[in-house]
Design a binder for this molecule. Structure first.
Ligand code: CA
Length: 312
C-alpha cells in the first residue's frame, strides 16, 4: 500500500514536471525590401503532445508605421500574415490563416505587436493591434495536455463598428490535387453542397477534410467553437481547395474563443471524426468556461491557468 502511494506520488511529481508549456517568441528579424522593412517574428507554443509554431511575416514602411503589407500570397488575399507552419504546413495555412475586420478596417493591413504573455501551466502569446478604429488582441493559448491551439479574441471600438467578421482559411490534408474536400460536424459529413451555415446549438466543432482514399498528408484541420453566443453566424464551404470559414460576431460581442486543430499525427479522417465525436463537444464547452474566466479576470495575464486537457 505504502509502496503504491509512493509510486503514485512519484508519478504525480513526474507528470507535474512534464506538465509545462514552453513558449518562445523570437525576433523580429529585420531585413530591407526596397523602401520597406521586412519583420519576421516566430512564436512557438509546445506542451507534452503538440507544438504549434506561428510566423508573423510583415512589411512596414518607415513613413507609414500604422500600415502593414506582406509579400505572401496569403496576405494579398486578405489574411493577416501570421502563418501556422507547425504541426503542419497544410491545414491552417502556413502563410496566413485568419483575418479580422471591423467594417472597412481590416487587421491584415495593420501591424501588430507580438508579446509573450506567460508560460508554465499554460502558454499564451498575444498579438495586439491599435488602429484608428479599434484596439484588438488575438491571444493564442496552449494548455497543458491540449492538442489544440486556442484563440481568444478581444476588441474595443474607438468608433462605431457595425459588422465585425473573422475569416479562417485551411487547406485540409495537403495542397496537391485531387482536392476531395469535405466538412464534418456533429450532424454529419457534407461534400460539395455549397455554403454551409452552422447550427450553433448543435455544431460546436468542424472538421475540414480531404477524403481521397489512402491519401498521404497531414490529416484533417479542426475548429472548436468555444463561444457560440458571440457569433451571429458561421459559414463554411463544403468543397473547393482552400476552405474559408466566415464567422460574423454579434454587434454587442467584444470577445470570442475558438480552438484550432492542426495535428498530422492522426492523419486518418475517420479516426479524427471518431475522436472529435467523442471529445470535441466537451472541449468546446470547456473553452466557453475558459473564455468566461478570462473575461471576468479582465486581463488575460491575471486569469487562472487554462485547464483544458486532451480528452483521449
Ligand atoms: Ca498548418
Amino acid at each position: 500500500m505504502r509502496l503504491t502511494l509512493v509510486v503514485i506520488a512519484a508519478l504525480a511529481v513526474a507528470l507535474a514536471a512534464h506538465a509545462a508549456v514552453d513558449v518562445s517568441l523570437s525576433g523580429p528579424q529585420v531585413s530591407k525590401e526596397g523602401d520597406e522593412q521586412r519583420l519576421i517574428s516566430t512564436a512557438t507554443l509546445g506542451n507534452e503532445v503538440a507544438s504549434y509554431t506561428l510566423v508573423y511575416d510583415r512589411n512596414i514602411r518607415a513613413d507609414q508605421p500604422g500600415e502593414a503589407t506582406s509579400h505572401w500570397w496569403g496576405w494579398t488575399s486578405g489574411f493577416i500574415p501570421i502563418g501556422m507552419i507547425q504541426p503542419s504546413q497544410a491545414n491552417w495555412y502556413w502563410q496566413a490563416f485568419l483575418n479580422w475586420t471591423f467594417d472597412e478596417e481590416s487587421l491584415h493591413q495593420r501591424p501588430a505587436e507580438a508579446r509573450r504573455v506567460r508560460s508554465g501551466q499554460d502558454g499564451v502569446i498575444e498579438f495586439a493591434w491599435d488602429t484608428p478604429k479599434v484596439k484588438a488582441s488575438l491571444f493564442f493559448a496552449l494548455p497543458s495536455g491540449s492538442d489544440k491551439l486556442l484563440v481568444f479574441g478581444q476588441y474595443e471600438p474607438k468608433a462605431p463598428v457595425k459588422t465585425s467578421k473573422l475569416t479562417l482559411i485551411c487547406y485540409p490534408t495537403g495542397f496537391g490535387a485531387p482536392h476531395n474536400r469535405a466538412v464534418t460536424t456533429a450532424l454529419g459529413t457534407q461534400r460539395d453542397t455549397g455554403a454551409k451555415t452552422l447550427d450553433l446549438t448543435k455544431e460546436r466543432w468542424v472538421l475540414y477534410e480531404d477524403v481521397t482514399p489512402d491519401r498521404p498528408g497531414s490529416g484533417s484541420a479542426g475548429l472548436l467553437i468555444g463561444t457560440p453566443d458571440a457569433f451571429a453566424n458561421i459559414t463554411t464551404p463544403t468543397g473547393g481547395y482552400g476552405l474559408t470559414t466566415t464567422a460574423t460576431l454579434k454587434p454587442e460581442a467584444r470577445s470570442f474563443a475558438l480552438g484550432l486543430y492542426d495535428f498530422p499525427s492522426l492523419p486518418d479522417c475517420q479516426q479524427t471524426r471518431d475522436y472529435f465525436k467523442a471529445s470535441a463537444d466537451a472541449e468546446a464547452a470547456a473553452l466557453d468556461r475558459m473564455a468566461a474566466a478570462v473575461a471576468s479576470a479582465g486581463d488575460f495575464a491575471l486569469a487562472a491557468p487554462i485547464g483544458a486537457r486532451r480528452l483521449v
